[in-house]
Design a protein around this ligand. Structure first.
Ligand SMILES: O=C(O)CCC(=O)C(=O)O
Length: 288
């Protein structure tokens, strides 16, 4: 399915450390993956871990269909092709409004795995459908931490492939171990030339690992690990879902997001209301 634009090839700069074989775990039965101590240490060392086949076939089919529907509904609206929207579509706070996808936002197995990786109970901060349409630009190298509305770094993102993601579709790449560099500056992902690596050349010393993915694969990444994605040079939508988990008790630091605006948060508030930031497997009473 195309949206009628020529693919724009803003390539991600190749790197002499480039590798395409990530260190990988696999979920033996689909739907469950409980990282053992060695895998938790691997995540702590590398800043990310790839889990093949975490979703079951039934989940891939159900969630994939619902996400495609959301992407399709949005495609028919006018997209403002500037800023972020040249890079990917983001549909946020999905759990509050989609009866099917909320099961992925509140997925007990993925949430429990995230909690084990950061060694603390977690709540969902932000869930979103992400679609890189055909022709969408590369996602520039960045950390997630500068965009988070809390300062606690025990935060992990589960990036869940719902379509095939080859390098040509804009696969994610991670600078292995770059979370150890600490907090870098925010990147304006809506521009084409905000070059974090120019200001933080030490990132280039870290090997970059590209992560092609199949539907149902999940990459867990630390909020400080530097990552990027290539442009979508295919005619297919690259569809993913992502859950950003924060540690229990994280406090609001004033960073605004549109999905937070109606929640009435004050600086320093604990982000612990189950109706606003559910723990995985909690079933908030919020009407859909
Ligand atoms: O999907 C992408 O291209 C980037 C996603 C990302 O940066 C993230 O989920 O943290």
């Amino acid at each position: 399915m195309t949206k009628g634009r020529e693919p724009i090839t803003r390539a991600v700069e190749p790197d002499r450390h480039h590798a395409t074989t990530p260190v990988t775990a696999s979920a033996p039965t689909g739907g469950t993956w409980t990282p053992d101590e060695g895998e938790v240490e691997q995540f702590e060392r590398e800043g990310f871990i790839v889990v093949r086949g975490l979703l079951s076939d039934e989940e891939i089919s159900r969630f994939g269909k619902a996400a495609r529907q959301m992407v399709e509904d949005r495609r028919t609206q006018t997209r403002h092709l500037d800023g972020w929207e040249k890079v990917f579509l983001q549909e946020q706070a999905v759990w509050r409004r989609d009866v099917v996808l909320r099961d992925l936002s509140l997925h007990a197995g993925i949430g429990a795995a995230a909690a084990r990786l950061v060694r603390t109970p977690v709540r969902l901060f932000l869930d979103q459908v992400i679609c890189k349409y055909p022709g969408d630009l590369a996602t520039l190298p960045h950390q997630d931490a500068p965009f988070l509305s809390y300062d606690d770094r025990r935060s992990v993102n589960a990036w869940i492939a719902l379509s095939q993601v080859t390098p040509a579709h804009g696969a994610l790449s991670y600078y292995r171990g770059s979370h150890g560099l600490g907090l870098l500056r925010e990147v304006d992902l809506g521009t084409e030339d905000d070059d974090l690596l120019a200001d933080a050349p030490q990132v280039r010393d870290r090997p970059i690992v590209e992560v092609p993915a199949q539907p149902g694969d999940v990459v867990f990444h630390h909020c400080l690990v530097v990552h990027q994605a290539g442009p979508n040079m295919t005619g297919d939508d690259r569809i993913a879902f992502s859950n950003q988990y924060m540690p229990e008790g994280a406090r609001y630091n004033g960073w605004e997001h549109e999905f937070l605006l109606d929640l009435g948060l004050a600086l320093g508030d604990a982000l612990t209301s189950p109706a606003q930031f559910p723990a995985p497997a909690e079933r908030p009473a919020t009407p859909l």
